[in-house]
Design a protein around this ligand. Sequence first.
Ligand SMILES: [Zn+2]
Ligand SMILES: [Zn+2]
Length: 365
Amino acid sequence: MLSGTGYLFESEKKFASYKYKIGDPDWGEILLKMRVSTICGSDLHTYLGHRTMPTPINLGHEGIGTIEKIGNGVEYDAVGNELSEGDAILFLPYIWCNRCYYCLRGDKTNCQNRRSIGSIPFNSEKPIPTGTFSEYLMLPKGTEFIKVGEKNPDFLALGPINCSLSTMIHAFSDRLPKVSGKNVAVIGAGALGLYSAAIANYSGADKVIVVDKNQERLELSKKFGATDLVNTSNMAMEQLHTEIIEISEGRGVDVVTDVAGYPPLAEEGIKSLDKGGIFLEIGTIFPAKINNIQLDDFVKKGIELSGLRTYEIRHLLGAYNFYSKTHDRYPFKAITGKSFTYSSINEAFNVAKDGAYVRVGLVNQ
Ligand SMILES: [Zn+2]
Ligand SMILES: [Zn+2]
């Protein structure tokens, strides 16, 4: 029986610690020791009250842990690697039902009965940690995961691979056309935006235009492959599409990934598309609408509007492979610009909410 501390989000920007005892994993479960958990934008939306969830809740889904104990019935990771205690694990925070209409048609990210680590209702009668903001995490039966191959994994660099990088791999591998030789605009230079720039750059895009109002983040995006930067803090919003079209030799861009989730910027992004271009919305997780979409542009320019959320295990594997191939080329670790110990979670969120760092990490020592 192990003892651990978890951190429950209560309300009004406050986490409270709780103690628990955790026994051996049941059949199909794995007990993980969390090593790093990063604070995702969606955790911040809950913290700031933009998204309501039943409280108290054990938030946290973006992170990496090492195996403490393996339950019976678990022999391999998702790609057949054998497992031992101490192995580092990247796990899919979504558990699909595999039975609903969407799962059966192969569209698991729309599963109607999805359970998500970090948003499972907390049972105070049986306080088992259900999110990564906890020293230990019992991965429920059915959780898909991959073993991290490196000897000494860089936990802070690997933390946001689960969630942000995996979501962008989903976008570029399944939703967007090939971008080699094409122009890509990325709206928002947070973690999703930086990864978007890196994937576009690695895939041979011509222009990778990154848009943000924060110059520091824009400068960082250059290290992730941005070729052109647009700072919106000193321009009229309605100028943005003109600026993007100008950078892309007067034609506009073939792909826009909008990870900022701010409707006026999204509207400009759609106006920036070249003929046949595609606009992909990823950043918006609470109700928002664009008022001024020019419907006839879809016909005259043949443009597309798309969106996605979350990812499947193959995208997590793709994200880890992308990281393994490119971590010397792009400064993954710079994304988690600041870290705290788990016990300083309130301070960590307080810093994260101000946006000075792309990601703030929690380290389990
Ligand atoms: Zn997330
Ligand atoms: Zn399902």
